[in-house]
Structure formats: structure tokens, C-alpha cells
Design a protein. Structure first.
Ligand SMILES: [Zn+2]
Length: 337
């Protein structure tokens, strides 16, 4: 395994010293879809010391078009994405410490998740979580790298608290539903995530080796039209986050507990109170009402047109609808909360 990182060591901007810094670095990838898979793949092959991968979802057949760490067996076995990613990545590089976390990232857990990390990499698919990441990273002074893809296009920016403007300086409010194209309406090609994730990973490596030439702009790339744009970003004088240090997303005021999942015809419910669910007991309760199956990570319950995916912490993803009121009714009915 002596020459595993030779190509990076001979690259002058990294060198032996830089490779050592990469080995000592700890990062977190939030969301392990198309972007998260490509970022984690790059960083693990590059020899990152420790990586945490957080994702709330299971691998599905429609993910395989672009989420490069998963295969058909993961779909059949109903494996959570972060677990499937860890299993694959460990085969690629056993020197890296990989922590897989099956969880929703929200105002309750984000600070604990990020505070021992050097960099936060955005692999999410929604602005609610990105605004939360932005506040947590500004508060804890942790660099984070924003990335987003849709259709054949994507964008990225590198945010260094106290040095650069933050995400709220670029985007003032969460775009309201209906005003923004989503993966439901525009789809996503499998080429653009690789490009945006490569920029995100390269920025992470530059931060780790303390290279000064970080990206200072909002980069927009459209692969279909092969166009690229760099937009200068400036600090907003009254930015609620990086100027006024008001963290309303972190306080939980702006976070909804039921969220429609992008491109999925599914809704996620995160219960107010955390509790531990026994799949065995729940199976007993539900088996007369529909089809129940479970493994060590999730329990699936099919009834009529809906499927409820239950996680041990009482979080549920309901498939077959985007109607939040239906989902709340199903949750109350079957989980009794
Ligand atoms: Zn700001």
C-alpha cells in the first residue's frame, strides 16, 4: 500500500506534507445522494483520515442512475444509504475511519454532528438543511462547501466563517415551494453531480493543505449548454447569520417536522420527542393490518397505496403521497404518536 497516494504526493500543491494533513483531517458529508456519494468517494480515495456520512434515507432503484456508491443488492436488502456507502468505501480504502449515521439532520443534532469536524460538505437536496448547516458552521466557525444540482446544472460556493460571506448573504430566504424547479420537475443528469462534487472535494483538499487559492465566488455550471459563470459574492450588511449572529434555524423556529422529499413522492416525519422503537413489538402490532418486513436498520409497513419506512428513532418516511396531512394521519394511526 506504499504508493497509494503517489499521484497526490507528486502533485506540488499537496506533496508529502499535504498528504499528511489530509490523513489527519476529519470531515462530515451531510446527505449521501449523488453529490454526497461522489464527494465521499473522492475523499476516501484521497486518503482523508476520518469521514462521517449522514443520510436519512434508504437506497432505491431510481438512485442507481447517479449515486455511484450503491448497487442493486443495496436496493433489494433495503440498506440505508450511509451504511451502504460505508460498506462500499471500506472496500476501497481500509485506512480511512468511516462513520455511518442513519439520521435526519435537524436543529437538535446538527451541532453535535459537526463540531468535531474540520470541514462540512453539503450533499443535501434542500435549502432548509443548507440554511441550518450555514448557521451551525458560522456559529462554530467551521468551513463548509455548498453544492446543489438540478437538471443538467449545478452551483457551488466555499464558505469560510469570518472570512467570506455566508449562504444567507447569497440567498436571503428559503425559496418558497412552487417557485423553484425541483428534481421532480427537472430531473437530474448523472454528469453534473460529478462536476460539482469534484469542485467541492478540491476545495476541501485546498482548505486541508492550507492553500490560499480558494474559490471566492458562486460558481454556476450548466453542462447541457456547456456554460460557466462566476458570480462575485458580497457580505450583506444586515445578514442575519454572519453579521447579526441570529440563528433562527438552529433554534428550531423555522424547521418543519414534516417535509416532502425531493423527487420521491414521499414525506418524512420527525417526531417532537425522540423515542426508541422496538421493531419486533411494532411488527406484532402491525402485521394484521398490512405487510411488515424489517431488518436491523428499518421496518417497512405496506398498507393500501402507502408504505411507511420506520427508523429506530421513530422517524418515518411515508411513500406514496406528498400530502403532509395524510402522512400525519397515518403516523398517528400506526405509530400512535
Ligand atoms: Zn451572511
Amino acid at each position: 500500500m506504499k504508493n497509494r497516494y503517489l499521484s497526490q504526493i507528486v502533485f506540488p500543491e499537496i506533496g508529502k506534507k499535504g498528504q499528511e494533513k489530509i490523513k489527519n483531517a476529519k470531515v462530515i458529508v451531510i446527505g449521501c445522494g449523488a453529490l454526497g456519494c461522489a464527494i465521499a468517494n473522492n475523499l476516501v480515495r484521497a486518503g482523508i483520515g476520518k469521514i462521517k456520512i449522514v443520510d436519512r434515507d434508504l437506497v432505491e432503484i431510481s438512485n442507481l442512475q447517479r449515486q455511484i456508491l450503491y448497487d442493486e443488492e443495496d436496493v433489494r436488502e433495503r440498506i440505508p444509504k450511509s451504511i451502504a456507502a460505508k460498506r462500499k468505501l471500506e472496500k476501497i480504502n481500509s485506512e480511512v475511519k468511516i462513520e455511518a449515521i442513519v439520521s435526519d439532520v435537524n436543529f437538535r443534532n446538527i451541532e453535535d454532528l459537526i463540531k468535531d469536524c474540520d470541514i462540512v460538505l453539503d450533499g443535501t437536496d434542500n435549502f432548509e438543511t443548507r440554511f441550518l448547516i450555514n448557521e451551525a458552521c458560522v456559529k462554530h466557525k467551521i468551513p463548509w462547501i455548498y453544492g446543489a444540482v438540478i437538471g443538467g446544472a449545478g452551483s457551488t460556493a466555499t464558505i469560510i466563517p469570518e472570512k467570506t460571506p455566508c449562504l444567507r448573504c447569497i440567498i436571503e430566504e428559503i425559496p418558497s415551494p412552487g417557485n423553484l424547479p425541483t428534481c421532480d420537475t427537472l430531473g437530474v443528469l448523472n454528469t453534473i453531480p460529478a462536476v460539482i462534487a469534484s469542485i467541492q472535494t478540491t476545495e476541501a483538499l485546498k482548505i486541508i493543505v492550507e492553500d490560499k487559492n480558494l474559490n471566492n465566488d458562486l460558481i454556476l455550471i450548466d453542462l447541457w449548454s456547456t456554460s460557466r459563470e462566476k458570480i462575485k459574492i458580497e457580505r450583506k450588511r444586515n445578514c442575519p447569520v454572519c453579521v447579526k449572529k441570529k440563528y433562527i434555524f438552529l433554534e428550531g423556529e423555522e424547521i418543519s417536522h414534516a417535509t416532502s422529499l425531493c423527487g420521491r413522492n414521499a414525506v418524512q416525519i420527525v417526531p417532537q420527542k425522540r423515542s426508541q422503537i422496538s421493531f419486533k413489538k411494532l411488527e406484532e402490532k402491525l402485521k394484521h393490518l398490512g405487510k411488515v418486513k424489517y431488518n436491523e436498520f428499518v421496518l417497512s409497513f405496506k398498507t393500501g397505496d402507502y408504505e411507511l419506512i420506520v427508523f429506530p428513532d421513530a422517524r418515518v418516511i411515508v411513500k406514496g403521497t406528498t400530502d403532509i396531512s395524510i402522512v400525519k394521519t397515518l403516523y398517528a394511526k400506526y405509530l400512535g404518536i
